[in-house]
Design a protein around this ligand. Structure first.
Ligand SMILES: Nc1nc2c(ncn2[C@@H]2O[C@H](COP(=O)(O)OP(=O)(O)OP(=O)(O)O)[C@@H](O)[C@H]2O)c(=O)[nH]1
Ligand SMILES: [Mg+2]
Ligand SMILES: [Zn+2]
Length: 317
């Protein structure tokens, strides 16, 4: 990441000395900033405008042993969710989002679909992995629930981070190497286990450690950036598990374009402004009602489309 290596503020002594930094963790309003030399320090935003998220490149100014974020550099992208009342930014400047679900606890297909839509909306490539293949029966069930996703452009990577860590490490590095990846998924899927596998020095808390430390809770509570290699070319970002995933930033009429299986049939609709809910001559409805056909739309995917479309239409009088 040579971009960060250039120092600034070497001009007039009267100007405040601004340093380059990368935001590597966020804890509420304050963040942890890493310097090009690899030092880390707590920084506070100067004002509302300088609220930074993990992955942001920033200019910061030292104040004793902490710092102040003076400027957040322009973002290449931002992955976020928009719930009814608030925006939750996960991370910025990403190459991809790895959505990790597991055989158990059973994952919510709606939340998976929503995370994929948010990635598409932010123009960030999504990937899916299904963990815990060692628990055979639940894994087989989960794998078949993912059939519509495997049939789309999304590959689903089977993992068993506990049972076959070495094989998984090799497979993961093929996908993650040279990139910055946000690891996202419900609580208990194995995001921190994955982080600890690839970054042994990461003290990302897995259940075993933290169960001892804090009365049974093992949940990650902040978003953190980890370098995988000494050259700092590969990074993963561990994030807290999510339960809801609001998409209020998506226009209802854009929704079909962000769901590849629906989009593939929307081109056949009679009306250009078809909502795919009730119109005659709708290519999407026709594709749902022909189960078994090679390119049919899975009924659960269509149900999810309708559910999100309704939700987005209601919030927009
Ligand atoms: N059976 C099985 N258990 C696993 C596997 N990978 C992780 N686990 C267990 O699943 C539990 C949750 O793992 P974590 O890595 O803490 O999950 P997380 O996604 O970080 O969860 P949050 O931080 O709450 O969002 C731990 O008890 C892990 O040991 C696996 O491949 N197989
Ligand atoms: Mg975790
Ligand atoms: Zn239609």
């Amino acid at each position: 990441m040579a971009r960060a290596a250039r120092g600034s503020g070497s001009g007039s002594a009267a100007l405040p000395l601004l340093h380059d930094g990368l935001v590597v963790a966020s804890h509420g309003r304050h963040v942890l900033v890493e310097t090009p030399e690899g030092e880390r320090r707590i920084c506070h935003p100067r004002g509302k405008k300088s609220q930074a998220v993990v992955g942001d490149r920033v200019k910061w100014q030292a104040s004793e042993d902490e710092g102040t974020i003076e400027k957040v550099l322009e973002r290449r992208n931002l992955f976020y969710r928009q719930d009814e009342l608030r925006t939750k930014s996960f991370a910025a400047n990403l190459d991809q989002v790895l959505i990790l679900v597991a055989a158990e606890p059973e994952f919510s297909e709606t939340q998976l679909a929503r995370a994929l839509i948010a990635a598409e909306a932010a123009h960030i490539a999504p990937r899916i992995a299904l963990n815990k293949s060692d628990v055979a029966a639940p894994f087989a069930r989960a794998w078949s629930r993912l059939a519509p996703y495997r049939a789309m452009t999304y590959e689903v990577m089977p993992l068993s981070l506990k049972a076959s860590p070495e094989a998984d490490r090799v497979a993961l590095m093929q996908v993650l190497g040279g990139k910055t990846t946000l690891v996202l998924g419900p609580s208990g899927a194995g995001k921190s286990t994955l982080t600890n596998l690839l970054v042994p020095s990461a003290s990302a808390l897995t259940a075993e450690i933290s169960q001892a430390l804090n009365s049974g809770k093992h949940t990650t509570t902040s978003t953190s950036w980890y370098w995988i290699d000494a050259e700092r070319s590969t990074a993963i970002i561990d994030s807290p598990g999510f339960q809801e995933f609001g998409l209020h930033h998506v226009e209802p009429m854009q929704l079909a374009h962000l769901m590849p299986d629906i989009a593939a049939h929307a081109t056949a609709c009679k009306f250009y402004n078809c909502t795919h809910l009730h119109e005659p001559g709708c290519g999407v409805i026709a594709a749902v009602s022909t189960p078994g056909q090679p390119c049919a739309i899975d009924a659960s995917r269509y149900r999810i489309y309708r559910e999100i479309f309704d939700e987005l239409s209601q919030s927009r009088y």
